[in-house]
Design a protein around this ligand. Structure first.
Ligand SMILES: [Zn+2]
Length: 146
C-alpha cells in the first residue's frame, strides 16, 4: 500500500463521518494527513492530531513506521478513526456553536473523564451528545470511541 492509497482511505473516512455530522449546512473542513517518522513525533512539539479552527483543517498524524499493509487489518486502525472522530467533534462544536446542554453536563460527570482541560468543557461534551445519534451511537459509546 502506498502513502497515496493510505491518504485516500483516510479521506474517504473523513468525508463519510463529516457528512453524517455536518453534511447539509456547512462547508467541509480540509484534511491534512501527516505521515511522520516516530522520532519526529516524539522529539518535536506540535505533531499531534488536531482541528485547526483558523484554517478549518483537520490534521491527522501517523507514525510512518507503523504503516504497512497489516495496519488496516489490525486493531491499530481503530486509533486514527477515533482521532478523526474526536477532531470532527471539535469541528462540529466550533461550526454549530453548539450550546451547553443538560445531557452534556451529565456526561461530564462520569468518573475518570477521558478528556479534561480547557478544550474539553461542557460545550465539547454537549457536542458529543448531539453527534452521537447522527452516528447511531449513545453519547457514552461515542465518548468511548474517540
Ligand atoms: Zn480534543
Amino acid at each position: 500500500m502506498t502513502e497515496s492509497d493510505f491518504q485516500h482511505i483516510v479521506q474517504n473516512e473523513h468525508e463519510c463521518v463529516w457528512n453524517k455530522l455536518l453534511g447539509e449546512t456547512y462547508q467541509m473542513s480540509k484534511l491534512a494527513v501527516h505521515i511522520l517518522p516516530e522520532i519526529t513525533i516524539r522529539t518535536q512539539e506540535g505533531h499531534v492530531s488536531k482541528y485547526v479552527f483558523a484554517s478549518d483543517t483537520i490534521c491527522i498524524v501517523f507514525v510512518k513506521e507503523l504503516l504497512d499493509d497489516s495496519y488496516f487489518t489490525s486493531g491499530q486502525s481503530a486509533d486514527w478513526k477515533a482521532e478523526l472522530r474526536h477532531e470532527l467533534i471539535h469541528e462540529y462544536q466550533h461550526k454549530t456553536s453548539s450550546k451547553v446542554s443538560l445531557q452534556g453536563n451529565e456526561l461530564m460527570k462520569i468518573p475518570h473523564l477521558p478528556f479534561p482541560g480547557n478544550d474539553h468543557g461542557p460545550d465539547f461534551y454537549s457536542a458529543i451528545c448531539e453527534c452521537a445519534p447522527k452516528l447511531g451511537l449513545t453519547p457514552e459509546k461515542l465518548l468511548k470511541s474517540i
